[in-house]
Design a protein around this ligand. Structure first.
Ligand SMILES: [Zn+2]
Ligand SMILES: [Zn+2]
Length: 165
C-alpha cells in the first residue's frame, strides 16, 4: 500500500508551502509523507488512520486542515465519486490524464490511461474551439471478483465510508 516517498511531488508541495509563507508542524509532515508515499485514493478518515499508526498524537482536525493545502497545491485532487465521502487522489502530478473505473460493490477505484481517449479529447476540444483544462472520466461497474464470485473480497479492505467519533 505505502511505497517510498515520491520526492519530486513532495518537493513541489514543500516549495508551494514555502511560497505561502507557511511552516509545517511535525504532525503535518507525517501526513504529507503519507500522502506522497501512497498511490491509492484515500478518504480523510483513511488518511487519519494511517497517520495515527505513525503518530498517535495526530488529530482529526490536523488532517482536515492539511487536506485543503494539499489540494490547493494542485498535486492532490479532491474526487467526488458519488460515494458517501470524498476521496483524494495523489496521482495527478505525474498522471494528469488518468481516468477511473470503480466497482459498484467494493467501491475499489482503479486507474487507467488511454491514448485513444486523449486523442479524442484533443479532437473534440479542437473542433469546439476549446483548450482543455482538465477532464474527468469515471466508469462504474462490476469488478472481476464481483462478476465471478457474486461478492467482492475487496469489500472489507476498502470500506469507503466515513466514520465519526
Ligand atoms: Zn486516480
Ligand atoms: Zn469489487
Amino acid at each position: 500500500m505505502l511505497a517510498a516517498v515520491n520526492t519530486s511531488a513532495k518537493d513541489k508541495f514543500l516549495q508551494f508551502v514555502d511560497r505561502q509563507g507557511l511552516r509545517l508542524t511535525r504532525q503535518r509532515m507525517v501526513i504529507i509523507d503519507l500522502v506522497f508515499s501512497t498511490r491509492e485514493h484515500f478518504s480523510a478518515e483513511q488518511l487519519l488512520a494511517w497517520a495515527r499508526v505513525r503518530d498517535a498524537s495526530i488529530s482529526r482536525a490536523t488532517v482536515y486542515r492539511t487536506l485543503p493545502l494539499l489540494t490547493a497545491s494542485g498535486l492532490v485532487r479532491e474526487m467526488d465519486f458519488g460515494q458517501d465521502c470524498k476521496y483524494y487522489d495523489p496521482n495527478y502530478a505525474e498522471h494528469p490524464h488518468h481516468n477511473h473505473i470503480i466497482c459498484k460493490d467494493c467501491q475499489k477505484i482503479f486507474e487507467f490511461e488511454s491514448d485513444k481517449i486523449n486523442r479524442l479529447e484533443g479532437e473534440i476540444s479542437q473542433r469546439m474551439g476549446f483548450v482543455v483544462d482538465s477532464h474527468r472520466l469515471e466508469i462504474t461497474g462490476s469488478c472481476e471478483e464481483l462478476r465471478r464470485m457474486g461478492i467482492c473480497k475487496n469489500k472489507d479492505e476498502h470500506p469507503g465510508q466515513s466514520r465519526r467519533d
